[in-house]
Design a protein around this ligand. Structure first.
Ligand code: PLP
Length: 304
C-alpha cells in the first residue's frame, strides 16, 4: 500500500507543496469519471546513491497517454523528468515508487474535457515489495473479466479508468483465494496481469503476449526482453493460448511495481514444480542487478 506521510512533498504544476496541502475538490472531473493518466516509476538505492529506472521511457509513455486523450500537460517530458528527480531528492527516500499523474482539474458537472484545466502532480513514496511475499511467488487464476481493447478504450494509454478493469479482475482473483488474476484479451488470448505483463518459459525459450493481445507495453517487459537477448535466451512475442498457461515450465509477472515475481500456479495447476524456475531466476537476478546499477545497462539509470 502506498502511504504518503504528511511531512512529504508533492510536485504540483511546477511547485513543491507539502502533501497535506496537495488537495482536490470532491467533484474533480477525474475523481468522478476516471479521466486521469499516470505512470509508476521506481527509484533504487545503490552504492553510488539513488537512481531512477528508465525515467525517459516512463515519461515518453506518460506523454503518449496524454496525446491519446488530447490532454495538454503544459510541461515537456524533459521538464517532467527534472521534476521527478526534484521530488525524489526533496523527499529524501531512496527506494521509492514515483507517481506522476495528470488529471482533468475541473469541478463542473459534465463529461466533456475540452478546454478544461489539466493539472500535473508527482508524488513519491518509500516502497518495497508489491506482493506480500515475492519470494514465495503468486497463485493466479484466469479472470472471467476480459482485458479492455482499443474498440472500447485504449489499452496502450496508462489511464486511471483502465484500472477499474484491472482491480475488478484482482478482486475476483482474491475472492477465489488466489493472489492475482491473469486477464485474457477480448479474442481469448492471454493478455496480462492487472498491473503486470506476463512471461512464460517453455523448453528454455521465453514467450510473452504481443501487442496484439491489448497489453500495456510495459517498460519492465521491454527490459526483460533486452536482458534475455543479452543472456542468449530466445524470446518470442506472439499470441499465447490459455492452455499454454497450464503447460509452461516457468512463468512470471514483470512490472515496475511487481518487478519479477514468479507464478506458482494457474487455475490450481502447478507451474513446473511450483518453485521459481532457473530462467526466471537468471532474469530476476539480472533485473535486480540492472536496477541497482550493477550491470552495463547504466544508460537506463538517472542519478538523483
Ligand atoms: C496493466 C499493466 N500492464 C503492465 C504493466 C507493467 O508496466 P511497466 O513495466 O511499465 O511498469 C503495468 C504497470 O504499470 C500495468 O498497469
Amino acid at each position: 500500500m502506498l502511504i504518503m506521510e504528511s511531512r512529504k512533498y508533492v510536485w504540483v504544476n511546477g511547485v513543491l507543496v507539502e502533501s497535506k496541502n496537495a488537495k482536490v475538490h470532491v467533484l474533480t472531473h477525474s475523481l468522478q469519471y476516471g479521466s486521469g493518466i499516470f505512470e509508476g516509476i521506481r527509484s533504487y538505492s545503490s552504492s553510488e546513491g539513488t537512481s531512477i529506472f528508465r525515467l525517459k521511457d516512463h515519461m515518453k509513455r506518460f506523454e503518449n497517454s496524454a496525446r491519446i486523450y488530447s490532454m495538454n500537460l503544459g510541461f515537456t517530458a524533459h521538464e517532467l523528468e527534472d521534476a521527478v528527480v526534484e521530488i525524489v531528492r526533496k523527499n529524501k527516500d531512496r527506494d521509492c515508487y514515483i507517481r506522476p499523474f495528470a488529471f482533468v482539474d475541473d469541478t463542473r458537472i459534465g463529461l466533456g474535457t475540452q478546454g478544461k484545466k489539466i493539472s500535473v502532480v508527482i508524488a513519491s513514496v518509500p516502497f518495497g515489495s508489491y506482493f506480500d511475499d515475492k519470494e514465495k511467488g503468486v497463485k493466479c487464476v484466469v479472470s472471467s473479466w476480459r482485458r479492455i481493447n482499443s474498440s472500447i478504450m485504449p489499452p496502450e494509454a496508462k489511464a486511471s479508468a483502465n484500472y477499474l478493469n484491472s482491480s475488478t479482475a484482482s478482486l475476483e482473483a482474491k475472492n477465489a483465494g488466489a493472489d492475482e488474476a491473469i486477464l485474457l484479451s477480448s479474442n481469448g488470448y492471454v493478455a496480462e496481469g492487472p498491473g503486470e505483463n506476463i512471461f512464460l518459459v517453455n523448453g528454455g525459450k521465453l514467450l510473452t503476449p504481443s501487442k496484439d493481445a491489448d497489453i500495456l507495453l510495459g517498460i519492465t517487459r521491454d527490459t526483460i526482453i533486452k536482458l534475455a537477448e543479452f543472456k542468449g535466451i530466445e524470446v518470442e512475442e506472439r499470441n499465447v493460448h490459455r492452455e499454454e498457461l497450464y503447460t509452461a515450465d516457468e512463468m512470471f509477472f514483470a512490472g515496475t511495481a511487481a518487478e519479477i515475481t514468479h507464478i506458482t500456479s494457474v487455475d490450481k495447476r502447478k507451474v513446473g514444480n511450483g518453485k521459481k524456475g532457473p530462467i526466471t531466476r537468471i532474469l530476476a537476478e539480472e533485473y535486480s542487478n540492472t536496477v541497482h546499477g550493477k550491470t552495463d545497462f547504466k544508460e537506463w539509470l538517472t542519478e538523483v
